[in-house]
Design a protein around this ligand. Structure first.
Ligand code: NAD
Length: 213
């Protein structure tokens, strides 16, 4: 398979959201032009992104909404129910555990912390477990992904421990660049970084317009 740019994967998620909305509205057919307009990109970009994965549309007819939606879910690995854990059940960990949207496609199986005042507490669907149970739970519960919500200073060590235990995907909320072996997928989420970018673009609005072209 050709090397696929990160930005393509980000856009596939956006196309999927658009298609899900279309399906809810009962739309059966769409075109790269319409998808592009609703996703805020060009039709050329839509066709190029989809071409990495095969040929989905029919010339002159476009795409069938439920078919393309199903294909994109498959490509994005959303056809299966990933099993998740949360490590660090502080403010952010607790908010995520309580988020009902997670149940849509994901199974949150456990949450871990080191603080005795947090361990044993019930948060959303979980009872917080002590960190020394991490390895056994990862194994017995066949955990795929960890959401890392520990303080910055602990993140690297906890991530390494998760990888040793067999976790192959990390959604990292701590503001650090994790160094992990090849084969481990890491996605970093940082809303503070988003705010910093926003500040720049608010001071330099034309910069963004030029970038979008
Ligand atoms: P918090 O202090 O409320 O919670 C951190 C929790 O981690 C605590 O309960 C603590 O006991 C636990 N912990 C500490 N060491 C641990 C370890 N080794 N194993 C397991 N648990 C451990 O902090 P918070 O506000 O929830 O933030 C958590 C992390 O998320 C921080 O790194 C913060 O910088 C980051 N954060 C990211 C975003 C974002 O947009 N990505 C937003 C807010 C916070």
């Amino acid at each position: 398979m050709a090397k696929i740019p990160d930005a393509t994967i980000t856009r596939l998620v956006r196309y999927l959201r658009v298609l899900e909305r279309m399906e809810r509205d009962g739309d059966v057919h769409t075109s790269s032009e319409e998808l592009a307009r609703l996703a805020g990109v060009t039709a050329f970009q839509v066709r190029k992104d989809l071409a990495y994965f095969g040929s989905y549309g029919t010339r002159g007819v476009g795409y069938t909404v439920p078919v393309l939606r199903r294909e994109l879910r498959q490509i994005l690995g959303l056809g299966r129910r990933w099993r998740l854990i949360l490590v660090g059940m502080g403010r952010l960990g607790q908010a995520l555990a309580d988020y009902p949207g997670l149940a849509d496609g994901y199974e949150l199986v456990a949450g871990f912390d080191v603080d005795p005042s947090v361990v044993g507490r019930r948060v959303g669907p979980l009872e917080v477990r002590p960190l020394n149970e991490l390895e056994s739970v990862v194994q017995s519960e066949h955990v795929d992904v960890a959401l890392l919500t520990v303080p910055e200073a602990q993140a690297q060590a906890v991530a390494e421990r998760l990888v040793r235990a067999g976790v192959r995907g990390l959604l990292n909320f701590a503001p650090v660049v994790l160094k992990l072996p090849d084969g481990v997928a890491v996605e970093n989420i940082d809303f503070m970084a988003g705010l910093s970018r926003l500040g720049f673009f608010m001071l330099n609005p034309r910069w963004r317009e030029e970038m979008m072209r």
